[in-house]
Design a protein around this ligand. Sequence first.
Ligand code: AMP
Length: 249
Amino acid sequence: MKILVPVKRVIDYNVKVRVKADQTGVDLANVKMALNPFCEIAIEEAVRLKEAGVATEVVAVSIGAKAVQEQLRTALALGADRAIHLETELNLDSLQVAKLLAKLVAEEQPQLVILGKQAIDSDNNQTGQMLAALTGMGQGTFASKVTVNGDKVQVTREIDGGLQTVELSLPAVVSTDLRLNEPRYASLPNIMKAKKKPLDVKAADSLGVVLDSKVTTLQVTAPASRQAGVIVASVAELVEKLKHEAKVI
Ligand code: AMP
């Protein structure tokens, strides 16, 4: 069984994001970039399925500029067998990414596609669902447990107030939630080995997908900064402030 894992290069989650002065987006100059955390979980799950003898090959794919090859090497160091880079300088939205992935699914014929539930840069949470719709595959989103049984996969999903388990016929699309697993660290020998694993580069526009975006970002703003708190001297003062300043009681 082949597993395809789309992975995205995003700002490292430890970085404090700065909005550009002209509010057209986020400042990426000299910012540490990393593998999207949910994609790391997706790679880990695919590698565990391979280690358990369920999967035979794990293929990582990333769409973007040349720099995404850094994250593909990380995916290879974490245990993916080979990588595909669909190269484009365009800033693609989820539908364009899903259309490109759908073409790749047609070429590669994976039995399972495991994606992150969302990329932490744009927080779209759309690509997996769109890919399932475009390919006609079943989808198990926000997975906290994945069990492959013959030609079916059972996915336990994190939903409001509980868990739901669905069974999908393979091939299927699964998106990962935080609690699915704890990704391993890449060891130094595996980082070295990853440099020799195959990484194919293809021009994204060679796949026959019209990369016209229907979405334009109008403005990006930073959240309003919180006002400093005040320490009150008594309960009476607190009640007074809640009544007359905050006007909540
Ligand atoms: P999103 O719908 O943008 O929040 O992303 C959800 C998931 O789709 C990510 O965790 C990745 O698995 C996949 N994805 C999104 N953008 C890309 C990309 N440019 N290249 C590869 N995979 C992507």
